[in-house]
Design a protein around this ligand. Structure first.
Ligand SMILES: NC(=O)c1ccc[n+]([C@@H]2O[C@H](COP(=O)([O-])OP(=O)(O)OC[C@H]3O[C@@H](n4cnc5c(N)ncnc54)[C@H](O)[C@@H]3O)[C@@H](O)[C@H]2O)c1
Length: 244
């Protein structure tokens, strides 16, 4: 994959998908501004990547807090001078039947997963617009495509990210900024196999998602915008009525 002197921002970088994405970007020589609300996990990742020779910095950021996000964007610009790639990956899912969901939980899911994407994107967009280049990748979910019982607030937040991303892709198309989504499903820390929960009969790892994020961020994907790229082992292909 082709990267020409690129700087990437990843939110929620210390989690399973964020970490794998940071590791893969580093292998391609992409400089990294890694944000997470959990400083211990983040520092371990930053140290590991630095030891391998990566140009990387860690930032403690809460995507729910506008001031925290603004300070983050200012600091990244001061440290790196520009930003080319933004991966809006920070996200949390908490279960609750919609009929029993307390307003606080609903608000948390929408504010973190959807408003967080809006806050971070708006903080970095002026720089991308100024540079006339940008690759934005937003993490959606198969739950945001088809819905998921007990995760209604989460699914709704991710459906919002999808339509936000498609609309932004249209609005930014003339500015050489692409906006795409990666929609994971069944991504765990260890592979579960065999399993009937996916057609590929295994669950996925962070690196399965990372490969697709990094592709959409690369110059190889310059003619792709507004897509929602599903990475779920065929989970939402259709029901398994019988073994085949
Ligand atoms: N794992 C899956 O199967 C799956 C499926 C569909 C979608 N996704 C999406 O992919 C993304 C990453 O998922 P993951 O499995 O790596 O999750 P994860 O829980 O391993 O990592 C999420 C990271 O986000 C950070 N975070 C939480 N709140 C934050 C905040 N307010 N500000 C900044 N950082 C914050 C956490 O500290 C954590 O490091 C999420 O958006 C998730 O909704 C994951």
């Amino acid at each position: 994959m082709i990267f020409e002197n690129r700087i990437a921002v990843i939110t929620g970088a210390a989690g399973r998908i964020g970490r794998a994405t940071a590791e893969l970007f580093a292998q391609y020589g992409v400089a990294l501004a890694l944000a997470d609300i959990a400083p211990e996990k983040l520092n371990v990742l930053v140290d590991e990547l630095r030891e391998k020779g990566a140009n990387v910095r860690g930032y403690m950021v809460n995507v729910r807090d506008m001031e925290s996000v603004k300070t983050f964007a200012d600091q990244v610009l001061a440290d790196f001078g520009k930003i080319d790639i933004l991966v809006n990956n920070a996200g949390v899912w908490k279960p609750s039947l919609l009929s029993e969901t307390p307003y606080e939980l609903w608000e948390e899911m929408i504010d973190l997963n959807l408003n967080g994407v809006f806050r971070v994107t708006n903080a970095f967009l002026p720089v991308m617009l100024n540079n006339g280049y940008g690759r934005i990748i937003n993490l959606t979910s198969i739950a945001g495509e088809v819905g998921l019982p007990k995760f209604g607030a989460y699914s709704t937040s991710k459906a919002g990210v999808l339509i936000y991303s498609k609309t932004l892709a249209m609005e930014l198309a003339k500015k050489n900024i692409t906006v795409n989504c990666v929609s994971p499903g069944m991504i765990w820390d260890v592979v579960q196999s065999p399993t009937k929960t996916t057609w590929l009969e295994r669950t996925g790892l962070g690196k399965d998602v990372a490969r697709n994020i990094v592709f959409l961020a690369s110059d190889n994907a310059s003619y792709i915008t507004g897509v929602d790229h599903t990475v779920d082992g065929g989970r939402i292909l259709g029901p398994r009525f019988s073994d085949v």
